[in-house]
Design a protein around this ligand. Structure first.
Ligand SMILES: *[C@@H]1O[C@H](CO)[C@@H](O)[C@H](O)[C@H]1NC(C)=O
Ligand SMILES: *[C@@H]1O[C@H](CO)[C@@H](O)[C@H](O)[C@H]1NC(C)=O
Ligand SMILES: *[C@@H]1O[C@H](CO)[C@@H](O)[C@H](O)[C@H]1NC(C)=O
Ligand SMILES: *[C@@H]1O[C@H](CO)[C@@H](O)[C@H](O)[C@H]1NC(C)=O
Ligand SMILES: *[C@@H]1O[C@H](CO)[C@@H](O)[C@H](O)[C@H]1NC(C)=O
Length: 563
């Protein structure tokens, strides 16, 4: 429930004393001067309504957010910060030619042999150079590496290790028999990552939102007003301009959404929400180094064919899929003939009929964004005789519900709450994931799966931590009251988006937060979808292609019905 509250008390509280003649109070940056007469005397000038706070556009990190604000302990925040640490330049960068160049950076295979056996690794060294061909002295470049074979539709993800001296190494597993080739991309230079980091933590509103107020007007008319809204986060988190503000504080999560005060209607008349424009904060120099031509570019190197021979030892048998396997596994699996073979547990492929049997007597709650709606869409096609109910909502916005009567299957999908970049949608349809989890009884028939990433790219990571902390609390409570509930976290996927608004670097850091925060909770399952999209041959897309989604859903079913 989002409860509207009118902002009544503003930070400086000006107390009226009997003999106060002059009272100067400083409201935010602008001062207001109020003059008062003696008690019972004439009020010379009425107290001015609070003036709006100017839009804060500083580029500094919001270091004012404490671990307490995020709802986690100091120790947890320290651990998280270590996990999130990302190296960067050791000096101020003022020229493009100091940044990493995808043209001059190269990779090589260490000690390339004539042939290998399945299960062996190859080691790849990446050497980063700037636009003047000088070796970089510091780390922080965001490279992506994989091994692939187009004919076999095979690929595997490789984790890049940063030596913080301009060199990087990747250990790539050779999981299939046949040929393989290495592919390395520079997603962002170290310098661009610093820009991403700076604006993620700044209070510059890169993403704008609208609030639609509707209500009765004079003579049975309806009036409507559209104002700007945004997230209020942190000490200087008030973004608003204009007549400030209607505040909507979600009681349970503590999240505060702000809208400019509409002129005619009251704060409780907020009915719809939508995304509005994006605002680019980059200065000319930042634009110069953060261009599409320098982003997500393949670098040159040893692209020789690697020959991989069979290995009689075999890769071994996988254990049954179950919860509690949170440790990051690299690689988590690989593609062969477009089928994802997990190294985490024994995943299977489910035929249409098998998926119907697997989901018999299940209620599946899918929560989050459009990337988990893709699971809903896949199940709608895959499960025989499943039908979508008409909930009088738009497909893209949801909520959605599909049922299959014979096997008693129910599948729900619902978008997460604000901040959300969706077209105009009723605000009552947007729920915080944690609040919805609180309302699920759970049990052996319940499957709860959620994802949270892309829409949070526009806001500080500390806010993401706060949201995840709330979800964690709700998941802990759910597993305590109903330990047999299946709880699945879908990680963020790669999207190959190349701008200041959304970046895979943001998603990667969010995934790190999600993993770290749930590390100690045994009853949850973490799906590393990141690796599945990062290494696939399809062009990266925020909405992964059907072949990837089909593999994700097979993995989902493998956990619901382990073999
Ligand atoms: C923030 O950065 C922009 C561009 O990078 C610059 O124009 C502006 O002066 C900076 N603002 C502050 C408060 O530092
Ligand atoms: C903001 O950034 C400027 C320039 O980078 C720096 O001088 C200043 O100390 C920073 N302020 C805070 C509050 O971090
Ligand atoms: C880098 O580029 C700037 C201008 O783009 C140029 O003035 C400078 O000489 C270059 N530096 C080096 C070391 O090439
Ligand atoms: C065969 O595979 C195993 C396990 O996957 C691996 O450890 C081993 O190095 C491989 N054997 C050879 C000779 O490559
Ligand atoms: C960078 O660090 C790695 C790991 O410590 C080391 O092996 C390598 O020689 C170093 N490279 C350079 C160019 O200093």
């Amino acid at each position: 429930m989002v409860v509207p509250s009118t902002k009544t008390s503003n930070p400086p509280v000006c107390r009226l004393r009997q003999y106060v003649l002059l009272l100067a109070c400083f409201l935010w940056t602008s001062s207001c001067l109020a003059l008062w007469g003696l008690s019972g005397g004439i009020q010379i000038r009425p107290f001015q309504p609070p003036r709006p706070k100017p839009v804060p556009r500083n580029n500094n990190s919001s270091s004012t957010i404490s671990a307490h604000d995020m709802g986690i302990s100091e120790e947890k925040w320290d651990r998280l910060q270590k996990a999130l640490y990302w190296p960067g330049p050791d000096q101020e960068i003022t020229q493009l030619n100091q940044s990493t160049s995808p043209v001059h950076s190269t990779f090589s295979i260490v000690g390339l042999k004539e042939s290998y056996k399945v299960g062996e690794h190859i080691s790849v060294t990446i050497t980063a150079r700037d636009h003047n061909k000088n070796l970089k002295r510091y780390g922080g470049d965001f490279f992506k590496a994989k091994l692939f074979n187009s004919e076999l539709k095979a690929s595997v993800y490789g984790e890049v290790l940063d030596h913080r001296n301009g060199t990087y190494s990747v250990a790539l597993l050779l999981p299939w028999e046949g040929q393989a080739q290495v592919y390395v991309r520079l997603e962002h230079s170290s310098e661009v990552v610093q820009i991403l980091k700076k604006y993620r933590e700044s209070s510059f509103p890169r993403s704008h939102y609208n609030g639609y107020f509707e209500g009765p007007g004079p003579d049975k008319t309806r009036i409507s007003e559209v104002v700007e809204c945004n997230l209020k986060w942190g000490a200087d988190g008030s973004w608003s301009k204009g007549d400030c503000c209607c505040e909507y504080k979600d009681i349970k999560t503590g999240t505060v959404w702000q809208c400019e005060r509409p002129k005619k209607l009251s704060c409780n008349k907020l009915v719809h929400h939508s995304s509005a424009g994006l605002e680019n904060p980059l200065n000319p120099f930042e634009m110069q180094i953060f261009t599409k031509t320098l982003t997500n570019v393949a670098i040159t190197g040893d692209t020789q064919i690697i020959n991989v021979l069979p290995n009689t030892t075999g890769i071994g048998t996988m254990e049954r899929c179950r919860s509690g396997m949170m440790t990051p596994v690299v690689p988590a699996g690989f593609y062969l003939k477009d089928v994802w073979k997990s190294f985490v547990c024994n995943t299977q492929q489910f035929s249409s009929a098998q998926s119907g049997n697997c989901l018999k007597n299940k209620i599946v709650y899918l929560m989050g964004d459009s990337t988990i709606r893709q699971w809903f869409e896949n199940l709608e096609i895959k499960v025989p005789d499943i039908k979508r109910m008409d909930l009088h909502t738009q497909h893209f916005l949801g909520p959605l519900m599909a049922v299959e009567l014979k096997n008693n299957i129910i599948v729900h999908w619902r978008a997460h709450s604000v901040p959300l970049r969706f077209p105009k949608v009723p605000i009552t349809d947007l729920h915080y994931i944690s609040n919805d989890i609180d309302e699920i009884t759970g049990g052996p028939h319940a499957v709860v799966a959620y994802t949270l990433f892309a829409h949070l790219d526009f806001h500080p990571l500390t806010f993401y931590v706060h949201e995840v902390a709330k979800i964690r609390q709700s998941v802990v409570a759910l597993l305590s009251r109903a330990p047999e509930t299946t709880v699945i976290i879908k990680s963020g996927n790669t999207a190959g988006i190349k701008d200041i608004f959304q970046s895979d670097w943001y998603a990667m850091q969010q995934n790190t937060v999600m993993q770290e925060m749930f590390q100690d909770i045994d009853g949850v399952i973490y799906f590393d979808v990141w690796q599945m999209t990062s290494c696939h041959y399809l062009l990266e897309d925020l909405h992964p292609g059907p072949v990837i989604i089909a593999n994700e859903v097979d993995m989902l079913l493998s956990y619901i019905c382990p073999a």
